[in-house]
Structure formats: C-alpha cells, structure tokens
Design a protein around this ligand. Structure first.
Ligand code: SD4
Length: 315
C-alpha cells in the first residue's frame, strides 16, 4: 500500500515520528553518582528496543534491587517507628502518570507506579491501598529488613533528633529522565524518602510536578533534596514551564532554585537544606543546579557514561 503521505490529497497528514540520527543513541540522566548503575540498565533496555518509559523503569528497578542501598527500596532507612516506607512515580511521553506513596514491603515501587498508570483510572495510590493493589497485580510482599538500616535507626533512637544532613545518604533519591530512539521522553523517581521521617510522611519524589514532570513537547525535570522545600515550589513542573517559555534546561534549573530559595526563605535556613534539579529538553540539552555544592548527576549520552558535578547557587 502506498504511504499515506504519498497521496497528494492526504499530504497534510503528519508523518509518524521515525528514529532520527540525533536520537539514535538515546539519552539517560540520573541523580547522584549511583545514577551510573541506573543509566547502564536504561541503556541496555534502549539497546534491546525499549521505549523511554521502559528505560526509566529499568533504571529505577536496578536501584530498588540493591538491598544495601540506604535511600531507595526495601533496604532504605526507616521512619521514626522503624518502618521503611517507599515513594515512587513514573510519567510517560503521553503525559500519563502513576505514583505510589507510603508503600511498605514491596520490592519495586516504580513498577507499581507504572501499573497504576497503565491499569487504573487513577494517578496516585497510597499506603495499604497501594500495597493491596500491588499484591493483586502480582507483586509479592517482602519482609526484608536491611541490618545496616536497622542498626542506624537504633542508633538514631538514642537521641531521636530529626536533622537531615545535606548531601549524605538520607538525601539520595534517584530521579531518572530518558529519551529513546524516536525522541520520546519519560521520567521516574524512586526513594525511601527522608530517613527517620514521621510515620506517613510523603516527600516530593512521588508527586507529579514536584519530584518529576515530563512534557514530550518541551522537556523533563526531576528533583532531589529536602522534599518539603521542593513540594512548596512545584519545582519540576516549573522547570518544564520555564523551558516552554524558551529557557535552556540550565537556565530553567537555575531560576527554579532561585524561586525555591525565595519561597522557603522564612521557613527554613538555607544552610539546613539541599535541593537539586536535573532537566533536559527535547533536543537533548541538559541542565543541573542545586542550592549547595555536592550534587552530582550521571549522564549516558552517545553511548558514553559519565558522572558530572552540578553547578550550585552557593559555593
Ligand atoms: C524526599 N526528596 O523524600 C526526597 C529525598 C531525597 O535525596 O531526594 N533525597 O524528600
């Protein structure tokens, strides 16, 4: 059959997006040094023909499978009562999103988020309801407790002082952005949230628009750091909107950090929190910026893996 566009009277029908050279090798970005490992999993998925959404899910699962990791998945540091509770989300190139909050005893929250996105009319499921949905959809319950996380919690209980320290393990969510072989974008975020948080606390990471946002016509952004500061400023949505207005990913991340600092000015001292953003646009340009130095991100581009330091507002 002749291609539709070959028929003159139908020539206004847009061509379906085809792989073009610029996208052939794809792009993966992940927060922090450990993103290298996540990016490698996404790259393999791309090479096996996976779409952007498959790439970000594979990257998230890679990190969730590491049970020694103290800030992601079942090995993560617990809340004040000793329970590890997980937050994750995913967003695809069609603007579909799924999110899971306050999930316990399930190994792969990012995949539960994807199942919510694909199988339900909802965006967010939380707590027991999220766990019930997960089990009904074939995820098994897992009672794993990371001995190192349990030990850290017992030590924390001695003083019970809630004081997140910037740039250390309890600040290491993974946010992942990927562009596939046809240029589509997707993103995911997965975390055990802040260590020793109040029971029931949910951070920015699973909240669409705060910890993650993807708009396939513009770009994508993700965040890490003290979730409360990011939640107050809807940062990932803001970054994408700034890019829509013509800013580069770097300019958008910088402006979003300025806005976050201003919004949080009277709430928390700047020396007491870190907030970090990572973004890309549809051309594959990348931006990263944080309040304090110390934020790093992993990039996989043109087949080359690298970890780069982000610029920061303060030195
Ligand atoms: C949260 N934003 O739960 C997450 C924590 C984080 O690096 O990003 N740590 O607030």
């Amino acid at each position: 059959m002749a291609a539709l566009s070959a028929l003159p009277f139908l020539s206004f029908i847009p061509e379906k997006k085809k792989p073009v050279d610029r996208y052939k090798k794809g792009l993966v970005l992940s927060t922090w040094n450990f993103g290298l490992k996540a990016n490698a999993a996404a790259a393999i998925t791309l090479q096996n023909g996976g779409k952007a959404v498959d790439m970000v899910e594979a990257a998230g699962r890679e990190m969730e499978s590491d049970l020694t990791e103290l800030s992601i998945g079942l090995g993560g540091l617990p809340d004040r009562e000793g329970h590890t509770t997980l937050d994750a989300c995913i967003m695809n190139h069609e603007g579909k999103a799924g999110s899971v909050c306050f999930l316990e005893k399930i190994m792969h929250p990012v995949s539960v988020a994807r199942a919510i996105m694909e199988k339900t009319p909802h965006v967010i499921l939380v707590g027991d309801g999220a766990q019930q949905f997960a089990v009904e959809n074939g995820f098994s319950k897992d009672n794993y407790v990371n001995p190192a996380a349990e030990k850290a919690w017992k030590e924390w209980l001695i003083k019970s002082e809630y004081k997140p320290v910037i740039n250390i393990e309890n600040h290491d969510t993974i946010g992942i952005l990927a562009q596939d072989a046809i240029g589509n974008l997707s993103g995911a975020c997965t975390t055990s949230g802040l260590a020793f948080k109040m029971r029931g606390r949910v951070g920015d990471s699973p909240i669409i628009g705060s910890g993650l946002y993807v708009d396939n016509e513009v770009g994508a952004a993700t965040a890490t750091g003290l979730g409360e500061t990011i939640l107050r400023s809807c940062s990932s949505f803001l970054i994408v909107e700034l890019m829509r207005q013509g800013k580069s990913p770097q300019e958008a991340c910088e402006e979003a950090i300025h806005r976050l600092v201003k919004i949080n000015e009277h709430i928390i001292k700047i020396e007491d929190y870190q907030a970090c953003f990572l973004a890309c646009n549809t051309n594959g340009d990348v931006g990263a910026y944080s309040v304090h130095p110390g934020f790093t991100y992993a990039i996989w581009k043109d087949g080359k893996p690298e970890v780069l330091p982000s610029k920061s507002l303060l030195s």
